[in-house]
Design a protein around this ligand. Structure first.
Ligand SMILES: [Zn+2]
Length: 853
């Protein structure tokens, strides 16, 4: 699929008669007045004589526009079209073909919507509110900060100057090369030229910020920057940044393309982080962390996000998509590289096993009729906004991982290196990557990849013994609720058997077409997703499944995870009864892997929503029995020799025993841990503090709510703050939960966080309906107040709603209140809510009977 060409009639593409080569940009933000003034000198190439120049601008006033051509000075008038987000400069006589130099002066407002050039605030140690100005340009908000050719293939060099009060820190994409007094206690800070790059990567940040001393990473200075007063939380990010910069330099075989790298924490930030070349911006909790009090999951999130953004310095910044239809590959590949780097940084975290949970989230949306192809035609930039979802990041990365494992990691990397070297400083289509891999490996990579990318959904693979000899493998689209559709995929299957049945040698089979039969290698049992890297689900004939379950000890953790995950999906699809899932996981009492347990407890949490009374008591008894042996073996407290995942597992099991196992001792233990945590957070092992918070909040009353809310308001480090605010969404107590709802709109919770908290409250087992009433009643306020990209995620909480009457009401409300940026996601949430309702209607009765019979 190709992107709309500039010469086409697409009203969203600028004419290419005049294209920029370099911008010299000067910005003067006034933080108190929340405004800015700017000027730019743009060197452009004029292809044919023209009196009009069209570029992007929105919410800007253009006060002056002129051109210098061959010693002549030509004046223009500027007309703004707010809807098209364009400025048309009409010159008093035509610019001749060749080089011209444009001069523009403009003004704008530092907005509070977290896009373009915007304002963010924080309260410093002295309790004083401080203001900073920062940018978020992707996808198409550079045009809010300065008039520009705001399309990814209009790459240019940027020379930035920021005029700021001299007591503030100013950073941009490149290193500082000079500063001069600018009057009134201000200074003009000049930055070096960038490499040619897209406008969506431009960044400037100005404010009361503190930077670490630079660390020299092979000649490139690396710093971590954040609000003053948080310097002590920067060390871990520096260590990770240094590791990742070296890791990717080696992996891509290309020197880091910037002249320095700053990692900057921003108090108000709509996304997780943004890969501005040399000046990566982050949500605070993904950069600033105290390793002594953070959980393994919190540290891993920091490593993941830093690695992801640094991978983009090459994949995205150095080599860039031609148009927004390619945004998925940019994100999918960075997510894949993030896992690869985190796995190298902390092998003991088993990052690829943990990625199973992310892949499950992608499967869960991709099993819906309202899923979408990973890549689809993007006409307007707004079409691309819908791409920032689980299908782009998690499914995209899963497909890349499947390809990498099928082709072999070394051959895969060689193919990527060739692609990067060929296209550096340029722009590509996604097919360029498949062609590079095909050239390197000789495999039909483009054909395989395109079957996964241009159609939504994924295959379910049926495995059974063939008549006579061999195994019969067939594919049919996996869907919740329906089994229709004749889609097919080129499925890179890997078969094999380990232990007494086989030597674990992977047997690759490319399944194209409805089915195939492969020779049986004499396996008494077989795994049809060996290594568990495939983005497909497997359904085994009963005899083959029994064989697998009898050999759990010969499976890798990710293979066991996948087995449980496939079983749960088959419950949602209506192919397996809930009681069958319970019976299956009861065979996993010997399990000791964190991710497998997380998958098991995830399923049990849903079962717990389907039953009440005696049946619920019976379920709790069986859960307590299931987790008992593992809890006894791990003990109550962390041991010196525990690895990070074992510590985390202890906490997961504590929480499960207390909430799903009704275990009184576990509840008391959680209460005692909470008391200690609130008195002095570092006194509790972080892997136990988080579960203790979850348990006590779930079971707590108004007094507990007050304690947690107070601690939340005074929390200093971003992880404590996040944990505490999330715990507030868990209350079973209706009054307490109501207080949380009120808090989300009170200003105590940042607008970057509140939508996520509201989403969590919608998923509350006992108070989801109350939360929905609150959201519906305050919809106008919510829409006006929160970042546009967060509304569809807020609504994601409805996926847990199991009552048909409420579900119908929600669906009707959302039909009347569309979310323009997230219509696809909202449709998916509504359909997924229907899957939960159907599950409840199908299973509540028979699970109850199975439990109390
Ligand atoms: Zn990214």
């Amino acid at each position: 699929m190709s992107s709309p060409e500039p010469s086409s009639d697409n009203p969203h593409r600028l004419p290419r008669t005049v294209v920029p080569r370099r911008y010299d940009l000067t910005l003067e933000p006034d933080l108190d007045a929340a405004t800015f003034a700017g000027s730019e000198v743009v060197v452009v190439d004029v292809a044919e004589p023209t009196a009009t120049v069209v570029l992007n601008a929105v919410d800007l006033e253009i006060d002056e526009a002129t051109a210098d051509v061959g010693g002549e000075h030509i004046v223009a008038t500027a007309a703004l079209d707010a809807e098209a987000e364009r400025a048309t400069l009409t010159f008093e006589r035509p610019l001749p073909a060749g080089e011209a130099v444009l001069h523009l002066r403009f003004r704008g407002v530092l907005n509070d919507k977290l896009v373009g050039f915007y304002r963010s605030t924080f309260t410093d140690d002295a309790g004083v509110e401080r203001v900073l100005a920062t940018t978020q340009m992707e996808a198409t908000d550079a045009r809010r900060a300065f008039p520009c050719w705001d399309e990814p293939d209009a790459k240019a060099v940027f020379g930035v100057t920021l005029v700021v009060p001299d007591d503030l820190l100013a950073v941009s994409n490149a290193g500082e090369i000079g500063r001069e007094p600018a009057g009134d206690g201000r200074v003009a800070v000049r930055f070096a030229d960038t490499m040619p790059m897209s406008t969506y990567l431009v960044a400037f940040v100005v404010g009361p910020l503190a930077a670490t001393d630079p660390v020299d990473v092979d000649g490139k200075p690396l710093r971590v920057i954040g609000p003053v007063g948080k310097e002590h939380l920067a060390d871990f990010a520096l260590e990770v940044g240094e590791f990742a910069l070296r890791f990717f330099t080696d992996w891509f075989g290309i020197v880091y393309p910037g002249d320095k790298l700053d990692l900057v924490a921003i108090p108000d930030f709509a996304f997780g982080a943004m890969e501005n070349l040399g000046c990566v911006t982050f949500r605070e909790r993904y950069l600033l962390v105290d390793p002594a009090t953070a959980t393994q999951a919190e540290l891993q999130a920091v490593v993941d996000v830093i690695a992801h953004e640094i991978a983009h310095m090459w994949f995205g910044d150095l080599v860039t998509m031609k148009w927004w239809n390619g945004i998925w590959l940019n994100e999918a590949f960075a997510t894949f590289m993030e896992m690869t780097c985190t796995d190298a940084f902390r092998p003991e975290w088993s990052r690829w096993v943990d990625f199973g949970l992310s892949r499950s989230a992608a499967f869960d949306t991709d099993a819906l009729g309202s899923t979408r192809p990973i890549e689809y035609p993007v006409v307007s930039p707004a079409d691309a906004d819908g791409m920032f979802d689980v299908l782009t990041y998690e499914k995209g990365a899963s497909v890349v991982r499947m390809l990498e494992q099928y082709l072999g990691a070394d051959r895969f990397r060689e193919g990527i290196r060739g692609y990067m070297a060929r296209h550096q400083y340029g722009n590509t289509e996604t097919s360029d990557l498949w062609d590079a891999l095909e050239a390197e490996t000789g495999e039909p990579v483009r054909r395989i990849a395109e079957s996964w990318i241009f159609q939504g959904g994924f295959p379910g693979i049926e495995v059974e013994r063939a008549d006579g000899d061999g195994l019969r493998l067939s594919q049919r689209r996996f869907r919740y609720g329906h089994a229709d559709g004749d889609e097919q995929w080129s499925v890179p299957l890997v078969l094999g058997s380990r232990g007494d049945g086989g030597d674990g040698t992977p047997v690759p089979v490319l399944l194209e077409g409805a089915s195939t039969t492969v020779a049986d290698a004499g396996w008494p049992w077989v795994n049809a997703n060996l290594g568990a890297h495939g983005f497909y689900r497997v359904r085994y004939a009963p005899d083959l499944l029994d064989g697998l379950l009898a050999h759990l000890g010969d499976l890798t953790p990710l293979e066991r995870y996948t087995l449980v995950d496939d079983a749960w999906a088959s419950v949602l699809a209506g192919d397996t009864e809930a009681s069958g899932f319970l019976a299956m996981v009861e065979r996993c009492a010997d399990e000791r892997d964190l991710s497998v347990w997380e998958r098991i407890t995830g399923g049990l949490t849903i079962l717990d929503r389907l039953v009440d009374g005696d049946a619920r008591d019976a379920l709790h008894g069986r859960v307590a029995a299931l987790v008992g042996p593992a809890r006894a073996e791990l003990g109550a407290d962390a041991h010196a020799g525990d690895d990070d995942r074992t510590r985390t597992l202890r906490g997961v099991l504590l929480q499960t025993a207390a909430l799903l196992g009704d275990d009184g001792a576990a509840r008391e233990r959680a209460a005692e841990l909470l008391d200690r945590f609130l008195a002095h957070p570092p006194s509790v092992d972080p892997s136990l503090a988080s579960p203790a918070l979850a348990v006590c909040a779930t079971l707590g009353d108004l007094a507990t709510h007050e304690r947690l809310a107070d601690a939340f308001r005074s929390a200093v480090n971003p992880q404590d703050r996040q944990r505490l605010q999330l715990s507030l969404t868990r209350f079973r107590d209706a009054e307490a939960l109501q207080r949380t709802l009120d808090l989300t709109l009170s200003g105590d919770v940042r607008t970057q966080d509140a939508p996520y908290l509201l989403g969590e409250t919608l998923a509350n087992r006992d108070n989801g309906e109350r939360a929905w009433r609150f959201v519906a009643a305050h919809w106008d306020d919510i829409e006006g107040r929160f970042p546009a990209n967060s509304l569809a995620r807020l609504v994601g909480g409805i996926r847990s709603v199991r009552d048909r009457r409420l579900a119908d009401e929600i669906a009707a409300f959302l039909a009347e209140h569309p979310i323009p940026q997230g219509d696809k996601q909202v449709r998916q949430h509504v359909e997924r809510m229907g899957v939960t309702v159907a599950l409840a209607e199908r299973e509540a009765g028979r699970l109850t009977r199975a439990l109390v019979s």
